[in-house]
Design a protein around this ligand. Sequence first.
Ligand code: C2E
Ligand code: CA
Ligand code: CA
Length: 382
Amino acid sequence: NHNNIIDVLGEGIYHKLLYMLYEDLKKNLESNTIIVQSDSNKFWLVTDMEGTEKTAGKIVEIITRPKVINNIPLYVEYSVGISEEFNYHALDSLTAFTSSDICARQAHLKQFNYVVYDNIKQKKRFEYEILMSFNNAIKNNETYLVYQPKIDLKTMKPIGLEALMRWNNPHHGEIGPVVFIPLIEQTRLINELTNWVLKTAVKKIKEFYDNGIETVISINVSAKNLIDPLFFDRSMKIINDSGINKSLLEFELTESSIMANPEESKNVLTKFADKGIKIAIDDFGTGYSSLSYLSRFPVNTIKIDKFFMKEISTSESAQRIVKSTVLLAKELGYYVLTEGIEDQEAAEIVKEFNCDFAQGYYFAQPIKSEDIFAWYEEKLKE
Ligand code: C2E
Ligand code: CA
Ligand code: CA
């Protein structure tokens, strides 16, 4: 009932109330509890639970305690949602918050004191919803591409862009590709997805070209695309219709996706390469393939996985691996790109190793479609 409180009693009292709630929660829950105010009327708490029921009961008790501010007894309408699993190290720890939010909304609708997230059931339902809503997602313009620059380490100028997909889902908000791509890849929808990415990226290549800049744009291609018998013809039609210079388009494939079906992959990739399209091996170093095996494929660039960059400044073994991979890859005639460069030190180390290109937050985050041309043009001028 925060709107009511603000309307009737004013922002000042509302903020006092929030602070009082915060202090009560802080005092009465485990001492290592983290409390974040994530919205004007919302707290997110991370706490060690001695038992879900017990913790939930305690939180409800704290919220419903009488609160008196400036002699006015206030009451708080609330809803509580709980997610029992929170992994500090998991990439998707944010989903614990999102799922708590979903439960809080359910608690509100059903007028329960609190609702606890059923991980498995909800996950299945979430996955089902994602798959069901994906077809319309493209039609409804919920999906879009962002572009992360690739930098030439000799000149420090951009030489290309990687197109990365984003999805703003009307019910779940922004969903990352790490969440939805593996789901979509389990279905034939992955063909439509890549088809859309290709169409959108090719338009961007043309837009750059028409404005006087030739830049290579890479798209991520899935293993499943390579076993779709129509993939080659359908893609070539898009590429030919666009009239772009084919050497401005690059496909990124992870080594594991190539190794899933080496023969088929080789055939279809060779057909694309014969047309002038560039091929890069993504996430190199995380699979089991060797550079010598990859030499059977028509590959231009090896992208060394960002995993190795996490420790590149401190770990000698990470340095040795990257250094020797760059050396050997270049010996075999490939360009080498290191991804996940997050600071100047890492950038200097990979430059020292004679790596050609790099990508990472240190140079640029993925950039919105409407801003990328201006960014690129500016960098070329600098
Ligand atoms: P990827 O192809 O390896 O893309 C690189 C990922 O690393 C991107 O995450 C990017 O935002 C992130 N990144 C860039 N610089 C840094 C850095 O300095 N540090 C760290 N820690 N990360 C960095 P994003 O956009 O969430 O994409 C994740 C994965 O989802 C991609 O990994 C790719 O496998 C897949 N993906 C994204 N877009 C598409 C797509 O259009 N089609 C397909 N099939 N897969 C896609
Ligand atoms: Ca990639
Ligand atoms: Ca990668």
